[in-house]
Design a protein. Structure first.
Lengths: 112, 113
């Protein structure tokens, strides 16, 4: 079985501040982990993925995430938020090449 | 095609009518997925295709929902006798392999009135 928990359904940061979106997973086997971003009225776009290579993964738009097995976490960070980062972010886990299980999402608001 | 294409983008239907939602995946992607996204909620898995076979259809909410995929390409999700609780955005995604991550379409927004 696999599951994902995203802590905080809404996160608000000021422009230029650090972005930290939290994701914890549960998996009985080594997981593959993903972050997706969904801009208003659009489909989801793959931001980055962890596939058992480097534990620090860099994605598009300056985002990165670190896989920590001991903490079963895969938190998403960006050093400096931009207004265009405002969107909904989803963490997902896949363990068997079949379906991915998604978290409930975190809405990021960036204040000027 | 260059991306995952879904049609129609919006569909308004009367309660009790049948609807068909279409997904055209990226050429060569053998895996295809249907998810449902209700207002303010996360993504709910519906069904997964590998080629034309559906090894996992555990997420289909009821027997009113069915899906098929032909030629290892286009997929159709059919909802019979629609109900108001079926209103949602239906998302299709494809992947060369599920472990590589998905490419999503823009979705079909279904409204049952």
């Amino acid at each position: 079985a696999q599951s994902v928990t995203q802590l905080g359904s809404h996160v608000s940061v000021s422009e230029g501040a650090l972005v930290l979106l939290r994701c914890n997973y549960s998996s009985s086997v080594p997981p593959y982990l993903f972050w997706y971003v969904q801009y208003p009225n659009q489909g989801l776009q793959l931001l980055l993925k962890y596939t058992s290579a480097a534990t620090l993964v860099k994605g598009i738009n300056g985002f990165e995430a670190e896989f920590k097995k001991s903490e079963t976490s895969f938190h998403l960070t960006k050093p400096s938020a931009h207004m265009s980062d405002a969107a909904e972010y989803f963490c997902a886990v896949n363990t068997n090449a079949g379906k991915s299980t998604f978290g409930d999402g975190t809405t990021l608001t960036v204040k000027p | 095609g260059a991306g995952v294409s879904q049609s129609p983008s919006n569909k308004v239907t009367e309660k009790g009518k049948d609807v068909e939602l279409r997904c055209d995946p990226i050429s060569g992607h053998t895996a295809l997925y249907w998810y449902r996204q209700s207002l303010g909620q996360g993504l709910e898995f519906l069904i997964y295709f590998q080629g034309n076979s559906a090894p996992d259809k555990s997420g289909l909410p009821s027997d009113r929902f069915s899906a098929e995929r032909t030629g290892g390409s286009v997929s159709t999700l059919t909802i019979q006798r629609t109900q108001q609780e079926d209103s949602a955005v239906y998302l299709c995604a494809s992947s060369p392999r599920g472990l590589y991550g998905y490419t999503f379409g823009s979705g079909t927004r279904l409204t049952v009135v």
